[in-house]
Design a protein around this ligand. Sequence first.
Ligand code: ATP
Length: 285
Amino acid sequence: MTVLMKAPAKINLTLDVLYKRTDGYHEVEMVMTTIDLADRLELKPRDDGNIVVETSASFVPADERNLAYQAAKLMQERFGVAQGVSIAIEKHIPVAAGLAGGSSDAAATIKGLNQLWQLGLSTEEMAALGAEIGSDVSFCVYGGTALATGRGEQITPLPGPPPFWVVLAKPPIGVSTAHVYQHLDLSRVSERPRAKQMIQALSEQNFLLLVQSLGNVLETVTLQKYPVVKHLKQKMVEFGADGVLMSGSGPTVFALTQKESRAQRIYNGLKGFCHDVYMVRSTGA
Ligand code: ATP
């Protein structure tokens, strides 16, 4: 038996950091939604008990550092499964981009192994396992659109947004999430993201309110350190975006619009000076 899984990327519609907890994690509040940009995973059982990962991107580790490997190992040990698994990951989501690519691969592995090893786990149980791998994995188990709180692992599903186009641009820089959190100074954040207003926009299917409610406190760190990210946002607005924001800790920024022709214009404009540009639909509904 072979199980094929799609592992979609997410974007943050809002990202707020409330405070630093005594356990070192940050308490966050984020509204996230999936988009039609996805890795593909093929899971095949192995009788030798080994977990073997292969990825199409040579720079993504295929050993125990891979989040899909970690997810498989955790499930094998937790449920005493004798079988192993071969996991082939076809990467399409840019790596270290703020789009939760690795987390989504881990979530797809958990869901795929739940089928392959017939474990009968509920979504809540799989999300709790995912949280042991990484804070964004729980959201990726649910997919769709959700509010994530705690360190990001507490998920409340939300109504999906009205359909829109997403044009993403990833400048050729790597951003360390840990660095961004370390340098976040909440006293310098003048306007906090409005998660409640975003949730209202979702329940009303109000695209205008949705773009007005976009916000990410981590922009205060990443945009200052990497002016190219700010520049890309400005270009997106010039090309006609209705709303623009950085996803996660960056460096990917995205533009939203409901008009395909406008999305195409933004895509074409950005292609002139950024190599990694994608135009996809929202899938969080
Ligand atoms: P997030 O938005 O959750 O912060 P991200 O999109 O910024 O995540 P990832 O693409 O998940 O970042 O990659 C972060 C790091 O994780 C990379 O340095 C990569 O080497 C490692 N990694 C481990 N497993 C994977 C995987 N399956 N796919 C991509 N990267 C992986």
